[in-house]
Design a protein. Structure first.
Length: 534
């Protein structure tokens, strides 16, 4: 049996030493890291003690068996302390630590300095003292209370990474504690001693789960660990072979192989480190970018809310100014001189322009905040377009442009389901833009109905400043204006077409623009589905 026990536990010892060294080499970042190192060290001592027990002389058996039992007790104690500090420190756990420490000191005293727990040894068998039951209960309690604390932390935490960490620890705890308690605590009570050496082997499952959990559940980190562990094991194996060489030539050859393997292991580990570092940097940048995006979205919402509030406050006095200016111009406030009438007329026009700008801003904020409301009803598009032309008649006459309205299908049914006010706003915007950006030539407003395609088309064509090929893709974006448009009309906001697109999209329609280039005019086309069933 010892032929199997000693090599197996030697592997456990070496592996634990490697894991402990890797953990320490990464830096002690928390109290849980320190406790993990103590657990690893205690498991090494436990394994060495069992090796010593199976290979020692009769006179030292009692010492070795005392060390094995105290090591098992210390591992359960350190697991309890670990559970109080991983992944976060549990507040108000001072008395738990004090009671656990007092019990640990008392039991350690009885293990080494009395026969209260462990009696005389006889080969691989030993007598159990009257206090063995208390020893077993306390050891089990350490694990049980630790499990409870971890389970509570798992329920409380909202962090998915911490939940995975605790799940790993709990899984390792359940497997290792059940498997280790049976051969090390229960079977010896029934005088079955030959399986006690399995305790450190099963306890290693707990060490492995703690180690993986402390990597914060990052598979990239596990890749580094596996690379390091495999490399170190190979180097240790090659190093041990040097002690069994039979000639100088063999010594030089194996030393050379050891140096080559060590060198390439170093390059491999360094390469893996670089790869993982790059991936972690990318992960961090992605997280930072996501947080910045959330912040920008929040700021954008706050901006939209502020603009909405501000424009609402501005619109009321503007409406009053426009109303009073209109009353003065119409003579309802009494007669005024030509100069005063000219000044009031400018006030009216400027107020009208400013009201239109405020309305654009209000519509944009409604769109951004998702508060734009539509009231759909049956609307005759032909009558609506005629109303728009009548409203803009003074401006059309003043422009001295050749203006025409072409109805390609006079007998067609131009009824659609639409929000009358908002669709009228789009029509006014398109015709008004044509008037603003056309200094000479013509403007043609047209209507067409294609019953085969179930499509009603409203178009505004002009001979104005036109649209460049570069500007066309940007035309319906917020605050987007062509350079020639800025020269022709400095009062534009670059919001009208954006609002128009959003309104037409809400009507399940399409708005688009066509132009042969700058100075060659433009055509804006709106396509909508008719209400009448064909």
């Amino acid at each position: 049996m010892s032929d199997l026990i000693i090599p197996t536990l030697s592997v456990v010892v070496i592996t634990n030493i490697i894991l402990g060294l890797i953990a320490v080499s990464r830096g002690i970042k928390s109290f849980a890291d320190i406790i993990f190192s103590f657990i690893t060290l205690t498991l090494v001592i436990w394994s060495i003690a069992i090796i010593g027990f199976y290979s020692a002389s009769y006179q030292s058996l009692t010492n070795w068996i005392s060390i094995t039992h105290s090591s098992a007790l210390f591992i359960s104690y350190f697991f309890l302390i670990f559970s109080l500090n991983f992944p976060q420190k549990i507040p108000k756990s001072k008395w738990v630590v004090i009671i656990a420490t007092v019990l640990l000191i008392c039991l350690t005293y009885f293990i080494f300095l009395s026969n209260y727990i462990i009696g005389d040894t006889h080969g691989i068998t030993y007598q159990l003292g009257s206090g063995y039951v208390y020893y077993a209960v306390v050891l089990t309690l350490y694990f049980f209370v630790g499990f409870i604390f971890l389970f509570v932390q798992h329920k409380k935490t909202k962090d998915s990474v911490q939940q995975k960490q605790i799940q790993y620890v709990l899984m390792g705890y359940l497997i290792s504690s059940i498997l280790a308690i049976i051969p090390d605590l229960i079977l010896p009570y029934f005088k079955i001693y030959q399986y006690t050496w399995l305790g450190p082997l099963f306890a290693f499952i707990l060490i492995a789960s703690l180690f993986i959990a402390m990597l914060k559940y990052k598979l990239f980190q596990i890749k580094i660990i596996l690379t390091e562990v495999v490399s170190i094991v190979i180097i240790i194996a090659l190093l041990m072979e040097l002690f069994f060489v039979s000639s100088i030539t063999e010594l030089f050859l194996k030393t050379f192989v050891l140096i080559i393997i060590t060198f390439f292991s170093y390059l491999l580990i360094r390469g893996v480190y670089r790869e993982i570092s790059q991936r972690e940097r990318i992960e961090k940048l992605a997280i930072d970018l996501e947080q910045a995006n959330v912040r920008l979205t929040d700021l954008n919402k706050q901006k939209s809310e502020f603009v909405s509030f501000a424009t609402h406050q501005i619109r009321a006095p503007l409406t009053a100014m426009k109303g009073y200016a209109s009353l003065i111009l119409e003579g309802d406030m009494g007669e005024i001189g030509p100069e005063a009438q000219k000044a009031v007329s400018r006030i009216y026009e400027s107020t009208n322009t400013l009201t239109s700008i405020v309305e654009d801003y209000l519509n944009v904020t409604r769109i951004e905040l998702g508060t734009m409301k539509f009231s759909f009803e049956i609307v005759d598009l032909k009558l609506m377009v005629e109303d728009v032309i009548d409203e803009l008649k003074p401006t059309i006459v003043k422009s001295e442009l050749k203006f025409s309205f072409d109805n390609h299908n006079p007998s067609a049914d131009y009824r659609i389901m639409a929000d009358r006010d908002k669709l009228k706003q789009v029509a006014v915007n398109l015709v008004d833009n044509a008037l603003k950006y056309t200094t000479s030539g013509f403007i043609t407003v047209s209507l067409a109905c294609d019953s085969s395609k179930r499509l009603i088309t409203f178009a505004v064509k002009d001979s104005g400043v036109g649209i460049s090929l570069e500007t066309m893709p940007l035309l319906f974006r917020k605050f987007s204006r062509a350079d020639n448009a800025n020269k022709a009309n400095i009062k534009g906001t670059g919001l009208g077409l954006y609002v128009a697109r959003e309104i037409i999209t809400a009507h399940h329609g399409i708005i688009r623009a066509e132009s042969l280039g700058e100075g060659k005019g433009a055509t804006f086309i709106v396509e909508l589905e008719p209400y009448a069933k064909v």
